[in-house]
Design a protein. Structure first.
Length: 299
């Protein structure tokens, strides 16, 4: 049976525009062909983007034609927007981070389950060829210690949230590569006048091995990731060579969402993904609490 799901894109920044493009040009004979773009919602006034028409939030929530919402708004407003669409009985795809608090994430997940709706969080960083190669490379090796260091340009924290949340892509990598982690310490250095911020988090793996995550942002800093993972068999200090993927990352993510809507993803996979997403948000919150504790003054 060809089941069609009417969709709406909420927020038309870079991700939202990519979503509109991919919904209008689904990959031939992929699950995405079951998604049909009905319109998009934005606070700014566009009229139409290509063939897509702008609709009001009210219409998006009440339309019987719309079964699913793609949420591409700023991080700070994800929680409220997810809640509105779930309450309206719609499936939801949301860009990471799902929320800026672990408690809210658990509540929304429960709500989705009660309503029998799919709540899908985009994690395109796990879909990159670079990451897939890295995962193969790391598989089966015994970690001794490791560091993941990210640099990037300045984010507006009022919109993007605390760096542990806005940078949750890095946390997802570490959890996906090395299993559950415990935060042993976390600090953050800020130079307001220079608009510079550096968060340093120390974790332990289940086998008590140390992992460090550094999230560093400042004006003109190049978007880059450096790794140094040492195993009993030797160290990995750069990313393995990876081919370019034929399928765009947002399209891969959209296909995965469509597969979930069609019931083609196993319960085990869904459960593992739910655990990873909620666990990363819990850790992000712990990191934020560590960083925001007043400095202990030693006499």
């Amino acid at each position: 049976i060809n089941k069609m799901f009417g969709t709406v894109v909420v927020g038309v920044g870079i991700a939202g525009l990519a979503r509109i493009r991919d919904l209008m040009n689904p990959m031939p004979s992929s699950p995405s062909e079951n998604l049909k773009l009905i319109g998009f919602v934005s606070r700014r006034s566009f009229g139409n983007i290509n063939e897509a028409k702008q609709i009001t939030l009210e219409d998006a929530l009440t339309s019987k034609e719309i079964h699913a919402a793609f949420i591409s708004t700023e991080n700070r407003s994800h929680e409220e927007t997810i809640r509105m669409f779930l309450e309206a009985g719609k499936h939801v795809l949301v860009e990471y981070p799902m929320t800026l608090s672990a408690k809210a994430a658990h509540e929304l997940w429960e709500m989705a389950e009660q309503k029998g709706k799919i709540l899908h969080v985009e994690h395109i960083e796990l879909l990159t060829e670079e990451y897939k190669q890295l995962k193969k490379e790391v598989a089966g090796k015994d970690l001794v210690k490791g560091t993941l260091h990210f640099t990037g340009s300045v984010l507006d924290e009022n919109k993007a949230g605390f760096p542990a949340f806005s940078g949750i892509a890095r946390l997802s990598w570490l959890i996906d590569l090395f299993g559950d982690l415990t935060v042993t310490s976390a600090t953050r250095e800020k130079q307001k006048d220079k608009n510079y911020s550096r968060m340093t988090v120390h974790f332990q793996t289940a086998n008590k091995k140390p992992l460090t995550w550094i999230e560093e942002r400042g004006p003109g800093m190049r978007r880059d990731k450096k790794i140094n993972f040492c195993f009993t068999s030797g160290c990995l200090e750069s990313f393995p060579q990876a081919p370019r993927s034929a399928v765009g990352l947002f399209m891969q993510d959209q296909n995965l969402f469509a597969k979930k809507l069609l019931g083609q993803v196993s319960k085990e996979e869904l459960a593992a993904e739910k655990w990873r997403i909620l666990r990363c948000l819990e850790l992000a919150e712990v990191i934020q609490q560590h960083c925001e504790q007043p400095e202990k003054i030693c006499s």
